[in-house]
Design a protein around this ligand. Sequence first.
Ligand SMILES: Nc1ncnc2c1ncn2[C@@H]1O[C@H](COP(=O)(O)OP(=O)(O)O)[C@@H](O)[C@H]1O
Ligand SMILES: [Mg+2]
Length: 258
Amino acid sequence: MPEKEAYAQLEHKLMALRENSRTGDERKTLDEVFDHETVMGIYKLMTSKIIESVLFPISTGKEGNVFACENLQGKLLALKIYRTSNSTFNRINKYIEGDKRFLGISGSKRKVMAAWASKEFRNLQRMHEARVNVPEPIKFHRNMVVMEYIGSKTAPAPTLRQVALDDPSKVYKNTIDNISLMYQKAGLVHADLSEYNILYYKRKPVIIDVGQAVLTDHLNSKDFLERDVKNINRYFRSLDVDIEDSDHIINNIMGIKG
Ligand SMILES: Nc1ncnc2c1ncn2[C@@H]1O[C@H](COP(=O)(O)OP(=O)(O)O)[C@@H](O)[C@H]1O
Ligand SMILES: [Mg+2]
């Protein structure tokens, strides 16, 4: 597609998404997401042939939006855009300030949001390489992450929270195996794991939302791991699954004999 046409198509599409939003709040969020810099960023992803078009919004969260997109081959992709609003910036800046990998980054809103998107991308890469069941990372650019889309043409995969599981015990075991692989092979702890950040697709849990995941040598990684495991245990206990003791799971994951 020639560049001019691509930009026109994008602008048209974004306008349509805005017009179709039911509430004033939704429109306001879209306006915040699609500031000029971000629109230019999406445009860049289009001209560099990462995405061909934006199809529909999947989710409008506090800190970002996720859209379904399509590439030139017609493959569906998910585009996650971090909003550069003050509230998002304030929360994230706290993490960045205390992290030696981001020295010199804190301060500028755009730099911080870009650092955060690159962190989510790199966390996804490490997890994907370790064969944790996560969306395959495709590209990051500024405050945006492009990744594999999980779901069908008509609907994204539901979160664990939204779905009635056929075999909850199996999904529970599979989830714990993923946490374990993440720790032992990727060297990461998710740090915000719950039924809201796990999709259910092809009868398996798919872990998402990994921006805040920390390295296992992080000062608080054990606390985060404990919280993740307890959240998962709490959720599956509510589904009447016979769960394992959380200390036992954590010791197993961390390789502590007890
Ligand atoms: N790769 C993906 N494929 C399909 N849907 C996704 C994908 N990533 C995120 N989503 C959807 O978008 C929602 C928000 O994504 P998430 O990464 O959890 O961001 P946040 O919670 O920070 O808004 C998810 O609950 C899920 O419904
Ligand atoms: Mg989430």
